[in-house]
Design a protein around this ligand. Structure first.
Ligand SMILES: [Zn+2]
Ligand SMILES: [Zn+2]
Length: 311
């Protein structure tokens, strides 16, 4: 899984930080998490073609997470996109996209498939090798955190299959693709010749939220938790009033959830030194990094996550 940060600012962007947007390459799909203003420009800077995007997941409908949508959607039309674009988001995303389609003199020549999420906790996408879940967080407006989780098929136990009287060959293939087979009048099920479930890579992104138990549960054992840390702990009360988390509390969540790596994002423009936020979190949870625009994470099974700077 490859994760590229296109924007890491909170409400007001800075010269170095764009509004929120993250691209995730997982399996054969290219996914965008949030689409702050100028996301299409950031995609180009990161040398990622916007035409390759398959799906967009919006955490919530605050401007710093959605104002890039109209421009990106129109620009894809100019570029001649003809395949559908899936856009997921909380209640109101359907109306927002209807408005965008009729903004100015836009003609959108491709289909936008809207997926409005209304449940508190649900699976929103699944294919053979990964799935995406959404979970309602606690912000001033409905905000969904998203979890992208790789699905790994359990190991095929070759010797066990042989012991059950199955000869190596086409019957092995059938069992490996999940089909029952018959040997000497006996039905053998795939579960009889496969090992325990294997853990796949898990990535969780919070969107905007106050610290909450729902996140601890949702992010349990994640490889990477990307959590908002808008402020430092000296203004915890203000942070909470505005529906945000301070760096120290993001760290407690990472610790309680037992994640591997915590990445802090959605950083307020009041901090010229992002390390201030990182240090505050590190005092509680050592494996913390602050995010910056064009930072890339390469997450692989059984390997430490690699952090690269694309610029
Ligand atoms: Zn925000
Ligand atoms: Zn917000």
């Amino acid at each position: 899984m490859e994760v590229t940060f296109l924007g890491t600012a909170s409400a007001i962007p800075t010269r170095k930080r764009n509004h929120t947007s993250i691209v995730v390459k997982v399996s054969d799909r290219m996914i965008l998490l949030d689409c702050g203003e100028a996301t299409q420009k950031q995609l180009m800077e990161a040398e990622i073609s916007p035409m390759k995007l398959d799906d967009i997941y919006i955490t919530h409908l605050h401007g710093d997470h959605i104002l890039g949508l109209p421009a990106l959607i129109q620009s894809l039309a100019f570029r001649g996109r003809d395949r559908p674009l899936n856009i997921y988001g909380p209640k109101g995303i359907g109306q927002l996209l209807e408005n965008i389609k009729h903004l100015g003199y836009a003609t959108i020549g491709y289909e936008i498939i809207t997926h409005e999420i209304t449940e508190q906790n649900c699976e929103v996408y699944r294919q053979d090798d990964f799935k995406i879940e959404a979970r309602l967080m606690k912000h001033t407006v409905p905000d969904y955190a998203y979890k992208i989780e790789q699905i790994r098929q359990p190991k095929f136990l070759r010797q066990k299959a042989i012991d059950l009287g199955i000869k190596p060959g086409p019957l092995f293939g059938k069992l490996q693709s999940g089909e029952d087979v018959e040997v000497d009048g006996k039905i053998i099920k795939p579960q009889q010749v496969t090992g325990p479930p294997r853990k796949g890579i898990k990535l969780v992104f919070s969107g905007d939220t106050i610290p909450c138990d729902a996140m601890v549960e949702f992010a349990r054992d994640a490889d990477v938790l990307i959590h908002e840390a808008t402020f430092t702990k000296d203004i915890r009360t203000k942070a909470k009033e505005n529906g945000h988390t301070v760096a120290e509390d993001a760290a407690y969540i990472a610790k309680d959830a037992g994640v591997n790596l915590l990445v802090l994002t959605h950083l307020s423009n009041r901090y010229t030194e992002s390390k201030e936020l990182e240090d505050e979190a590190k005092a509680v949870f050592e494996n913390t990094h602050y995010a910056y625009d064009f930072m890339q994470l390469v997450i692989e099974n059984k390997k430490p996550t690699v952090i690269k700077n694309l610029k």
